[in-house]
Design a protein around this ligand. Structure first.
Ligand SMILES: [Zn+2]
Length: 336
C-alpha cells in the first residue's frame, strides 16, 4: 500500500534479506551454514522468539564494514520507498556489533552514507535512533552512550529493545537521564511481551515520548485512558506480533479496538526481512484481515507523521501530512 507514511519502528539489522546476506558473506569471506538463499529463506520461517534471535545474531556476522551498513540501509530505503514510506526513523543496535569487534564509528558512518543522501536517492527523510539491548547491563548501556558521543550529530534519539521480560525500564534510568541531558529524544519498547506496568514505567522513569509496541496496554483500562489523554504514540507492528506470538493470528490483533479507544496508533514493520513484510505490507494486512476502513488507514498514516521527530523540519512534516490527506486509493488496493 503506497499511502504516504512514516516508519517509526524499524530495526535496520532486521532488514537483512537472504540475498544480501549471501552477497555480504562472500564479500567478507564469512562462511554461512546454509547451502544458499533458498535454504536461508527457509530458516527465516522460525517458530519462536529464541530461534528468531539465534538467526538474527548469527547473520549479523556478515556486517563488517561501513560499506556493508551502507548497502543494508540502501536496500531497506529502496524497499520502504516503494511501499510509500516518506520518512523513516531507524533503530540500530550498536552493542551487538561492538561485541563482535565492529565499532560504533563503522556502524554509524556506514548507515549515514545511505541515510545522509536518502532524500535525493530514495525520496525518504530519515532519523537514526540508537537502541540499548535491555538484556545487557545498565553499565554497558552507559558505556555505549559514551562511545556514541562523537556521532551525536547523526543520532536523534535513544531506544530500548531485545528481550523485555525481566528487564524493566527502570534499570536504564541513569542512561536515559544522560541521553536527555545530551538533547537526545527517547523511546522504548514496552508492553510487547512485558506487562502493562512497563509502559507506565517507561513514561514515568525514562521520560519516553513514544512507546514501541505497547499493545498490552489494553489489559489496563486506566493506562489506556492515560495514553489517550496524553496522546502517547504507540508504534505497533502487526505482522511481527503474529510471528513472535504476541497474538495468535492477525485477526486477533487489538489494533481496531485500540483505534476505537482513541489511542494514537501507528503501523510499522519491526524486522521486515524476518516477519513477513515491510510497512506497506503491514498496512495491506491490517486492511485485509482486520477490515480497517480507508479513514482508519489514513488516521494511522497521519499519526505516523505527527509522532515523528520532525520538530526541526515542520515544513516537511506539513508537506507529508498534506500528502496523506490528498491520497486516493486505487481500485486494486481494495475497496471500502
Ligand atoms: Zn522492535
Amino acid at each position: 500500500m503506497v499511502l504516504p507514511k512514516a516508519e517509526l519502528h524499524l530495526h535496520i539489522e532486521g532488514t537483512l534479506e537472504p540475498e544480501l546476506a549471501f552477497e555480504l558473506a562472500e564479500r567478507n569471506g564469512v562462511e554461512l551454514p546454509w547451502a544458499g538463499t533458498e535454504a536461508l529463506r527457509e530458516a527465516y520461517r522460525f517458530q519462536d522468539l529464541q530461534s528468531f534471535l539465534n538467526l538474527y545474531y548469527e547473520l549479523m556476522a556478515v556486517l563488517r564494514t561501513e560499506r556493508d551498513f551502507e548497502d543494508l540501509a540502501d536496500a531497506y530505503l529502496a524497499r520502504a520507498a516503494a511501499q510509500g514510506v516518506r520518512h523513516a526513523e531507524i533503530f540500530f543496535d550498536p552493542q551487538a556489533h561492538i561485541a563482535r569487534g565492529v565499532g560504533m564509528g563503522t556502524v554509524v558512518e556506514g548507515l549515514w552514507r545511505a541515510l545522509g543522501r536518502s532524500r535525493e536517492t530514495h525520496g525518504v527523510s530519515t532519523r537514526l535512533i540508537m537502541c540499548f539491548l535491555r538484556d545487557e547491563s545498565a553499565e554497558s548501556a552507559m558505556a555505549t552512550l559514551e562511545e556514541a558521543k562523537p556521532y551525536l550529530d547523526r543520532i536523534t534519539g535513544v531506544g530500548l529493545d531485545s528481550a523485555e521480560v525481566g528487564h524493566p525500564p527502570a534499570k536504564f534510568r541513569a542512561v536515559y537521564e544522560a541521553a536527555a541531558a545530551l538533547g537526545l529524544r527517547r523511546v522504548a519498547h514496552a508492553g510487547e511481551e512485558g506487562p502493562p506496568a512497563y509502559i507506565a514505567e517507561a513514561l514515568d522513569v525514562l521520560g519516553v515520548e513514544r512507546i514501541d509496541h505497547g499493545l498490552r496496554c489494553m489489559e489496563d483500562p486506566a493506562l489506556v485512558e492515560r495514553l489517550v489523554r496524553e496522546r502517547v504514540p504507540l508504534t505497533l507492528c502487526p505482522l511481527s506480533n503474529v510471528r513472535l506470538r504476541a497474538v495468535d493470528t492477525l485477526a486477533d490483533h487489538p489494533l481496531p479496538a485500540m483505534l476505537d479507544a482513541g489511542l494514537m496508533c501507528t503501523v510499522n514493520s519491526d524486522d521486515p526481512a524476518y516477519f513477513g513484510g515491510y510497512a506497506g505490507d503491514n498496512f495491506d494486512a491490517v486492511q485485509r484481515v482486520l477490515g480497517l476502513s480507508q479513514e482508519r488507514l489514513r488516521e494511522l498514516a497521519r499519526n505516523s507523521f505527527l509522532a515523528s521527530f520532525l520538530e526541526d523540519e515542520e515544513e516537511l512534516r506539513a508537506r507529508y501530512l498534506a500528502e496523506v490527506e490528498a491520497y486516493r486509493w486505487h481500485d486494486t488496493e481494495g475497496a471500502e
